[in-house]
Design a protein around this ligand. Sequence first.
Ligand code: SAM
Length: 261
Amino acid sequence: THFGYETVTESVKQERVAEVFTSVAESYDKMNDLMSMGVHRLWKDHFVSSLNPGATNPTGMPQRILDVAGGTGDIAFRMLQHAHANNGNPNVHVTISDINPAMLSVGKQRSLSLPASHQSSLSFLEANAEVLPSSLKDNSLDLYTVAFGIRNFSNMPAALREAYRVLKPGGIFACMEFSKVDKYPIFNAIYKQWSFSAIPLIGQLVAGDRDSYQYLVESIERFPSQEEFRDMIAGAGFAIVGKGYEDLTGGVAAIHKGIKP
Ligand code: SAM
């Protein structure tokens, strides 16, 4: 049946994604720098400043954030840093959740070099974004972030429904993901050339793993356009402000946001 087929392909995808991230966990951070020529750091800084975590009225109110597919911690660590340094708010708690124990364990290791006050505001949770545990209660979070994670999910609508469930009314869903450069044909041609030839090659030479990086490039290609993805977010019940997304580097990546009404 159609249903049966979908179930099989979803679980095959989930296994493939598990293999990829178990294999790349140790080299993940170094590879991000090489593949994006360092630009992923600027995107992540921009993503976090645009969310302005820790900004509450009155100042210093508690905020609960879930960083889904949080991997090795890049987004969560930046959010804590921003909350403390820019908003003087130590009452922000971030949970890093990820389906992959190898990625989480690199994240835990990295978190040991954070200031103690940041470490105590951080927790780790092994969880599938499509079926978050019931310990994450309905209407309980202020902010849900997912960066470069959602394209790996087998069932994106299910993950969006879970995001909607756990956010408070007024809570924000924010996603940063690779996207489409279709608006700039020449840049797009150069970018495609880079992705399809250089990235698998760097993967092979630096991480000794061509296949995983080939998968990553293909998963970017298959991900919906900015407008299609925005419509999926709206379809899950989120309110969209303006056009609903912001392109980064001509659309190589994009930030999408939705508000739970
Ligand atoms: N957010 C981090 C960053 O920006 O550096 C990590 C992104 S990494 C490219 C993608 C992560 O998604 C991996 O750690 C992977 O284990 C996780 N992932 C894939 N499928 C998942 C799922 N169904 N639920 C939760 N995490 C998942």
